[in-house]
Ligand binder design. Structure first.
Ligand code: SAM
Length: 249
């Protein structure tokens, strides 16, 4: 999952499908500063190949990324020169510092495997936020907004290459299973690869409960953003310890 073949074309595909990384980052930055005025440091969790992070770097004085896939992290380093990209797991990391803001974009939070893991991971994020810092979560679909059996297809022609992406998604227990087929063709030849994803469908209420349990007393859900998935914006309590039992200083 999220291997080297995909790292090479991931941003091209999603930009080709109309995703506006710059506009999304600018909107998130504005919502963060409405809650944490003067926010200047930001950590983008599950930063992928660094597409949002590149935009955040123009909007914040200090940015860092965290990403579990090594090939994706390497691409992010190239995309955002000067930013530290940590290879790590969002469920358990300690960067030894706090940020004014944390973001996790494009449904990446759905890779958590249970409600318990969701709350525990939000606590890990809290440990990395200054008191009063803000977390923005672009969630995966909710059970009630998810379309079982959804098929999507795109053909992108860019940089002398033709890229086809066809996905099929269906319910598997309380998760969505998404199989994505890619064909990348250019003068040197054509190759096909497949990526399989299991992405959890937490309900809106489950997210809100997890934020409260993890030490974010003030969370808002904004409908309609991010292709319809929406956005949670949550502010960390001002208690220096509390829900996280310590953390980076
Ligand atoms: C849909 S991509 C989004 C990437 C990027 N945020 C963007 O908007 O382009 C999901 C990302 O989550 C990362 N990811 C999945 N599980 C993770 C984990 N446990 N810790 C950190 N990153 C993870 C994947 O490697 C992948 O880069």
């Amino acid at each position: 999952m999220y291997g080297a073949d995909l790292a090479e074309v991931f941003e091209l595909i999603h930009q080709g499908r109309g995703k506006d990384y710059l506009a999304e980052a600018a909107d998130v930055a504005e919502r963060i500063r409405a809650r944490t005025p003067g926010a200047d440091s930001l950590l983008d969790v599950a930063c992928g190949t660094g597409s949002h992070l590149r935009a955040f770097a123009t909007l914040f004085g200090h940015v860092e990324g965290l990403e579990i896939s090594e090939p994706f992290a390497r691409r992010a380093e190239k995309a955002v020169p000067g930013a530290t990209i940590h290879v790590g797991d969002m469920r358990d990391f300690d960067l030894g510092r706090r940020f004014d803001a944390i973001t996790i974009m494009f449904g990446s939070i759905g890779y958590l495997r249970s409600a318990e893991e969701l709350t525990a991971t939000l606590r890990v994020f809290r440990r990395h936020l200054v008191p009063g810092g803000t977390l923005a979560v672009d969630p995966w679909w909710f059970p009630e907004t998810y379309l079982d059996g959804y098929v999507s297809g795109s053909l992108i022609e860019v940089d002398g290459r033709t890229i086809a992406r066809v996905s099929h998604s269906c319910l598997e227990g309380d998760a969505s299973r998404m199989d994505v087929h890619y064909v990348v063709a250019g003068p040197e030849g054509a190759r096909h690869f497949v990526e399989n994803h299991l992405i959890r469908l937490f309900s809106r209420e489950r997210y809100l409960a997890a934020f409260a349990e993890a030490g974010y007393p003030d969370t808002t859900y904004i409908e309609g953003l991010n292709s319809g998935r929406g956005l949670f914006v949550a502010t960390r309590d001002r208690d220096p310890g509390g829900a996280d039992e310590g953390g980076p200083s």
